[in-house]
Design a binder for this molecule. Sequence first.
Ligand code: OGA
Ligand code: MN
Length: 344
Amino acid sequence: MQDSDVMAKMAASMVEGGEDSFRKIFKFYRRRNPPPDLSDVIDFSRCAPVNLDTAAVSDVEATRVGLQPVREWRAFGLRGHPGTRSRQSLNKVWMRAVWFNSVRLPAGKREARTLLERLRWVTLGYHYNWDTKTYSPSSHTPFPRDLHLLSAHVTAACGFPGFISEAGILNYYRSDSSLGIHVDESELDHTRPLLSFSFGQSAIFLLGGPRRQDPPRAMLMHSGDVMVMSGPSRLLYHAVPRILPAPPGRLALETGGSIQTPPPQEGSVVEPVSEEEWAVCSRYIQSSRVNVTVRQVLAPGQKFPETPRSHQTTDPGQTDGYDDGENGKRKRSSSDSPYAAETH
Ligand code: OGA
Ligand code: MN
């Protein structure tokens, strides 16, 4: 790195009036009135395409999990951030599968609607403990096979064979929700990539640097997008300051959208969802966003330590429940929600 680059980086991350640049940019994008200028938000269709390993997943394997052949996927890398992202490779089948694996509520019931409105997160596999910021072998349910196969195929195509999906965190965002600045470091093995699948409404995703105050870059996440944070990008700070309406046609979950539901496949691993359940899900994502992150917690053969590790967050964060993005904890905020004060 040039000296001038170092100086510029230092200047950009300098705390001004108690605010570092990540927090400033987070607040900029979260602002309601006037709405923020989105012209600096990265449009991936203009980024450099990344080659995928088309031999890593056969067409039959892809079809079985409801995906197009890998050669049809479009993947992009962010310069300076060697993570990979592929777009429009997921479809209604996967939104259904995610729903099936997390929310199973009877359609049309009043209580179900209220519960859905209040839903903020679900955990899968090794269940994440938000207080201790740890996973533990004593809080575990089998990781859904279909979501694991999807994750294993996506990571293999990105050049990371042998991924084992061990924990999943589903975040449910209303139009005014946000996710505070954080880094995902509770997994015991950081050499494995972290996958993020998005459905429903769009979001601005801020990807920063290895230090919390490093200035982030803003990018759009749309329904069907997959982000893979790998290598040096695995431990970068990030946040979601804002949910945006999905552009017309991008929800693409209805018949006739740009992503077609393939006919049921022989040998398909994706669990079917009833039409009633699908109706609840498809209504939900008309106004909400669902994000699923899939994590490998342990290296192959690794065991959890005998005594629980003390929590390892880098920043004390805030405690008043108002999320302005400055906390190093994972905190969710939604102004109309009883969950606003919860740390996430
Ligand atoms: C997470 C996360 C990002 C998103 O769950 O750790 O960073 O796009 N989610 O919702
Ligand atoms: Mn995260």
